[in-house]
Design a protein around this ligand. Sequence first.
Ligand code: NAP
Length: 168
Amino acid sequence: MPFTINHIVAMAENRVIGRAGGMPWHIPEDFKFFKATTMGHAMIMGRKTWNSIGRQLPGRLTIVITRNQNFEAPAGVIVKSTLEDAVTYCRDHQSQWGSDCFIVGGGELYKQSMTIVDRIYLTLIHKSIDGDTLYPDVPVSVFEKVKDEQHLDAPIPYSFTTWDRTLK
Ligand SMILES: NC(=O)c1ccc[n+]([C@@H]2O[C@H](COP(=O)([O-])OP(=O)(O)OC[C@H]3O[C@@H](n4cnc5c(N)ncnc54)[C@H](OP(=O)(O)O)[C@@H]3O)[C@@H](O)[C@H]2O)c1
């Protein structure tokens, strides 16, 4: 399998993904989707997202990106000072964590990696929600929607969509 850089993100229709350091909604089905999709793989996250999750998620490798040289993380968590180093770590550890590498947020990390991401797992929440962190614009001329599974009868209506890069 070719090495693949993925985003996995849940976004409201006004592009909001976070509020006050956390997630502004609770959709259990989306948590299940996140768990099933990332299980067994490496996840790269910004330090603020690490703070908001607050622990290692079982069965996955956590790589935290921070500019803080004194950042302390529990045993087993990998800390890198650049996104490039984090991606290289994933690439070099495919035999253990598979060829899919997941960038799991937050806003800063998604923005910085939009030019290198191959596939986007985007849960679209069909509602406008107040928040302070946004997902960047996806260049639609470069990505093609390959899946759109709608759950419009859910308490908070949402769709699981997948977008693949068609142009490098
Ligand atoms: N809806 C979703 O799917 C989803 C997913 C994930 C997160 N979120 C939400 O997003 C919000 C957090 O996002 P955010 O944009 O504020 O923060 P973030 O991207 O999680 O983390 C930003 C931090 O990462 C480090 N960093 C960023 N770029 C770096 C680089 N190039 N080199 C080295 N370090 C770098 C810095 O840490 P230092 O300051 O330590 O140097 C920076 O302050 C929260 O509300 C969270 O709940 C939502």
